[in-house]
Design a protein around this ligand. Structure first.
Ligand code: ARG
Ligand code: ZN
Length: 850
């Protein structure tokens, strides 16, 4: 319901709750439309709090009765919660409420998905289950009894009792309410087992709906690897007798780290070679690790308040990235992360939704589960590690776990363990948490008599609410190459702390070529005016794999910008450089495949905007198509070799080696399709035995304007599998030509399988529409109008997913006056919708106001 005046919550207003909770007992009597929740909670006054108001959050609850120490009371109830008179001594609160999970389409609190009960409480969903101080700094042990005639009844912690139609669970570890979970349904277990480093046996289960049993093995293995890795690398052992994971079809996000009972979007856990792509496998492995790692970074040590979200999310993303680097290829993972950061976080950081890694205010916290909090938050930890070194990082983490186990902490606590470990003053470093916007680092070079001087300057453009920016601590990893390509100075980390700073390298025999920001050592935009020849040199010789890839990427971007701005033809340095890399059979196929990638069209639009030009989506699209065609022709003679080099004899494995070969094979197929009109792709489509190859062949056909038969065959083959059908929907929109995108998307929304209340299905079409740059930005505004129509329709049903998708409009100020007007009109239409949710209201007003 729309608040008359939306309230803004501020970090600076934090005060502790007036009471502590010693124990929580919950009883659930499950019924689809009238679930009873009975709570028995032991409170006592908090000596550390001055405000002793006894306010319990509660939303959409029907209060049946409430009592304090056995005496019935009639509290004052509003749509936000209740207030009662509480004694200034320990007391027992009891309440009974009724809720309606069967009508909970927002997928927050207790809801139903395909006949199964499940919960999502982070951030503030527990208040839709019962009256409670629903804030992360209130921690307690929980005992949960579930009464219901479903075969599987799960909650957090260890099982403590079970009978016909009931089960009881006890979680011995104090936790905030956002980590509460309950699942009940007809589920099948894929079991597993893990013995911890101290020799304790843990029973593992991956619970799925009947029919999905064949998609569990990979996730179970990923879980075991994660458990082992956290012991080996961080010394962190699991702390319960059981660990359960449940796959749910209707879920707003990827997954949730509820204590001992992780709940996953089925797209983030179910996998099989026939139905999942290599990227799906990699993502699933990473998300399982992520949620598991939260057991220590998030659950054992949690957040004091939601402004500290990056404390658990930034750190846990950083940890899952380390895990993926160890399981697969470290350079490939680093390149994927840089691509992702630039595609998702940079537009956020440099547009109307810009906010610090630790925000200082919000209206709806669900709107701050962002790439900035998660991915930039992880980058900040990577920088910290690079600055203090690996040993100090390990010591600081040990101290963090020792000192703060069982607590709800802040970024100040986090920084303090690094200061105490290293003796370093991190006051300036902390600006990474408070200053929004992406720093830009510009490079000037000087060569004089054997001394090379590198001058780095930093600046950050103003962002909403922050007009003045101060210099940040930027670790810039640099190496120097000699004229014949040898490395004359190995990587060292320069600490840029001033607005401008010079670094000298003396005693060099010849003017070096600098490789700057190696390994993407900071989440900044590097402005280095290299010539094409300079970049081609780095592409051929850089010893840092990230920067070697980056040289190719920058060369591609420069070429594309010249094609767009000056009508130039594709640059020879780019084409020859790429050919040389592709030809190098010593290089990892995955890495060669990445070398063929281009900046996204949206990134090119941002780059044009940075240069003072107004991006035209069609011109950008044409330039990319032209460069692709030119690349295909240029590497034509090599394509047969690439096809044979990437053939795999062995049976399918989701490992990095096979995945890399398929990635390169798929990239080669896409180039081939530009030369043979899709003939080879049609053959490979029929021959493909796994989803990666099936989908990549189908993409080539659709891109070539073909594939109608294959698309229909694909539908018949997979119509029973909802995760594959999401791909079928998404691919058609992603591969559509610019003028057809909106119409294809609209037609798909009329398809009987377009179950728009399912977030995965909604996103498969609407997310793909927003991502198809030239299609979404069609000059007549058809893409904008279609998305707005659907956001308005979804908002009353599922505000969280609606609000997240509003970010499709965040870059609107880059474009021409006509497009801006069209977007403004659609956003205004959304904003003026009666009863618009608080979530969507906040997003649209932030995008419009800036
Ligand atoms: N903590 C979860 C994760 O990182 C994300 C849950 C976010 N949910 C939400 N409704 N905002 O894995
Ligand atoms: Zn997380």
């Amino acid at each position: 319901m729309r608040d008359a005046a939306p309230t803004t919550i501020y970090l600076k207003d934090y005060t502790p709750f007036g009471f502590l909770v010693d124990s929580v007992h919950l009883t659930f009597d499950l019924a689809a439309h009238a679930t009873r929740v009975t709570s028995r909670i032991a409170f006592r006054p908090n000596p550390e709090a001055s405000d002793k108001t006894f306010f319990l959050h509660g939303e959409e609850l029907k209060l049946i009765r409430a009592s304090i120490d056995g005496v019935e009371i009639s509290p004052v109830v509003t749509d936000k919660g209740l207030t009662a008179d509480a004694p200034d001594a320990p007391f027992i609160w009891e309440a009974e409420v009724e809720i309606d999970p069967g009508n909970n389409t927002a997928l927050e609190g207790l809801y139903m998905s395909n006949g199964m009960y499940c919960t999502q409480c982070e951030a503030e969903g527990f208040r839709k289950i019962t009256f409670y101080p629903d804030r992360p700094d209130v921690m307690s042990t929980f005992t949960v009894r579930i009464n219901g005639d479903l075969p599987v009844l799960l909650s957090n912690g260890n099982p403590s009792g079970k009978g016909e139609g009931w089960a009881e669970w006890t979680d011995p570890w104090p936790k905030p309410a956002y980590l509460f979970a309950l699942v009940a349904g007809e589920l099948i277990a894929h079991p597993g087992q893990f013995t911890t480093m101290s020799g304790r046996d843990v029973e593992l289960n991956l619970w799925v709906r009947p029919g999905d049993e064949g998609k569990c093995a990979f996730g179970m293995e990923a879980l075991k690897k994660s458990m082992k890795w956290d012991e080996d690398v961080y010394g962190r052992e699991y702390d319960l007798d059981v660990f359960n994971i449940v796959a749910v079809d209707d879920f707003n996000m990827g997954a949730m780290e509820n204590k001992g009972l992780n709940i996953f979007n089925s797209s983030a856990v179910l996998a099989s070679p026939e139905t999942s792509t290599d990227l799906n496998f990699e993502r699933i492995e990473a998300i399982i690790a992520h949620e598991y790692f939260h057991n220590w970074t998030g659950n054992r040590i949690t957040c004091r308040d939601w402004f500290q979200l990056c404390l658990k999310e930034g750190l846990t993303v950083f940890r899952d990235a380390q895990f993926t680097s160890d399981m697969r290829s470290a350079p490939v993972k680093r390149i994927h992360d840089a691509i992702d950061l630039r595609a998702r976080q940079f537009p956020e950081d440099n547009g109307p939704l810009s906010h610090p890694v630790r925000p200082e205010s919000f209206q709806e916290i669900n709107n701050f589960y962002t790439a900035t909090v998660y991915e930039k938050g992880a980058e900040v930890i990577g920088m910290l590690k690079r600055l203090v070194g690996d040993d100090a990082y390990a010591k600081a983490l040990d101290l963090y776990f020792d000192r703060h186990d069982g607590q709800a902490c802040t970024i100040e606590d986090w920084i303090k363990v690094f200061e105490d470990t290293t003796g370093r003053d991190l006051t300036q470093f902390k600006r990474w948490y408070s200053q929004s916007g992406t720093p830009r680092v510009t490079v000037t070079e000087d060569w004089n008599d054997g001394t090379y001087t590198l001058t780095l300057a930093q600046r950050t453009d103003p962002t909403p609410g922050q007009s003045e920016k101060l210099p940040q601590v930027i670790p810039v990893a640099v190496g120097l190459l000699g004229p014949n390509g040898d490395e004359v100075r190995g990587t060292e980390v320069l600490e840029l702390t001033e607005a401008e700073q010079s670094f000298q390298f003396a005693g060099l025999a010849a003017k070096p070529v600098a490789s700057i920001l190696r390994d993407f050592s900071a989440p900044v935009i590097l402005e280095h005016d290299h010539t094409d020849a300079g970049r081609a040199f780095l592409l051929a010789h850089d010893t840092d794999p990230f920067n070697r890839w980056q040289a190719g990427r920058s060369l591609a971007e420069d070429t594309l910008l010249r094609m767009i701005l000056e009508d130039a033809t594709p640059g020879a340095d780019y084409l020859d450089g790429i050919l040389a890399v592709l030809r190098d059979g010593e290089l990892d196929p995955a890495y060669r495949a990445l070398m063929l990638g281009l900046p996204t069209q949206s990134e090119l639009a941002a780059a044009l905007h940075d240069r003072g030009a107004t991006p035209d989506p069609m011109t950008i699209w044409t330039a990319v198509e032209t460069l692709r065609q030119a690349t295909a022709q240029h590497v034509q003679d090599l394509l047969p070799r690439l096809h044979s080099e990437t053939l795999i004899d062995a049976s399918f494995g989701p490992d990095a080696d096979q995945a890399g070969k398929r990635a390169l094979g798929g990239a080669a197929l896409a180039l081939t399709a530009r030369l043979d009109g899709g003939a080879r792709a049609a053959e490979e489509y029929s021959a493909s035995g796994n989803m990666t190859q099936q989908l990549s062949a189908l993409s080539c056909l659709l891109r070539a304007g073909k594939g109608e038969t294959e698309l229909a065959a694909f539908y018949d083959q997979w119509k029973h599998d909802r995760l594959v059908m999401d791909k079928w929907f998404g691919l058609q929109v992603a591969m559509a030509s610019p003028d057809e995108t909106a119409d294809i998307a609209r037609t798909l929304t009329e398809h009987p399988d377009f179950n728009w209340k399912n977030p995965n299905r909604f996103r498969s079409v609407m997310g793909a529409l927003a991502m198809n740059h030239a299609g979404f930005h069609r000059a007549d505004g058809a893409g904008y109008a279609l998305l707005a129509d659907w956001l308005i329709q979804l908002d009353p049903v599922n505000p969280q997913t609606t609000a997240r998708m509003c970010s499709a409009f965040q870059t609107w100020k880059r474009y021409d006056a006509n497009r801006q007007e069209l977007i403004r009109a659609q956003m205004t239409r959304i904003a003026e919708t009666p009863e618009l949710s608080r979530d969507t209201t906040e997003m649209v007003s932030r995008i419009l106001d800036a």
